[in-house]
Design a protein around this ligand. Structure first.
Ligand code: ATP
Ligand code: MG
Length: 178
């Protein structure tokens, strides 16, 4: 089964210097005391999946650099890479780094535009608006309290099954008529 294999981080939020997180299994559990960086790991994943600053609990991308939250960034840049392994064991590295107040995106070390980057992510089933595939702290309750139709809509969007809805309805209609 395809899965996230490893995350490489450099000067991002609570990680100073180069750090490796992983290797990940197909199911993983991250535990730690309050303030130990569990949500920061979610932020790192959101960041490398192309999320904008406002959804990452900061005003500017530069605030994500280690030490910037106390006005002492340790570097002018920060980077997060995720190594993804497909069903055949082929690995692809997606990488995003902060450059001033904008970002640089790379796939297997080759610089690409955001649109190429997000298209490649979509090819492996990741929708770049990550709040749709990552459930953040506090969001579990709001999802549970959603109106069932709204929840179904959300799950159809994440699983991309909505793309097949029209085809499915046509087939269902044809079967009913037969
Ligand atoms: P909780 O269990 O309370 O949800 P958590 O494990 O999710 O905690 P996080 O929110 O991931 O904790 O981490 C908070 C920590 O991250 C704080 O101690 C904060 O100082 C640190 N932090 C946030 N931004 C930066 C930054 N730019 N540089 C260094 N440390 C940072
Ligand atoms: Mg948290």
């Amino acid at each position: 089964m395809a899965h996230l294999k490893q995350i490489d981080i450099e000067n991002f939020k609570s990680w100073r210097g180069k750090q490796v997180i992983g290797p990940f299994m197909r199911f993983n559990c991250i535990i730690g005391t309050n303030g130990s960086g569990k949500s920061n790991l979610m932020d790192a994943l959101s960041f490398v999946m192309g999320e904008r600053a406002s959804a990452l609990r900061v005003k500017h991308l530069g605030d994500l650099i280690h030490g910037a939250h106390v006005g002492r960034p340790v570097s002018r840049t920060a980077r997060v890479s995720m190594r993804y392994c497909d069903e055949k064991g082929v690995e692809t590295e997606f990488s995003r780094s902060i450059s001033g107040d904008s970002s640089e995106y790379r796939i297997n070390d080759a610089r690409v535009t955001f649109s190429v980057y997000s298209e490649e992510l979509l090819n492996i089933g990741i929708i770049t608006k990550t709040q749709n595939c990552l459930v953040f702290q506090g969001a579990v309750e709001s999802i549970a309290l959603k109106d069932p139709k709204e929840r179904t809509k959300m799950l159809e969007y994440i699983s991309q099954s909505r793309d097949y809805a029209a085809e499915y309805s046509l087939k269902k209609e044809a079967l009913q008529k037969a």
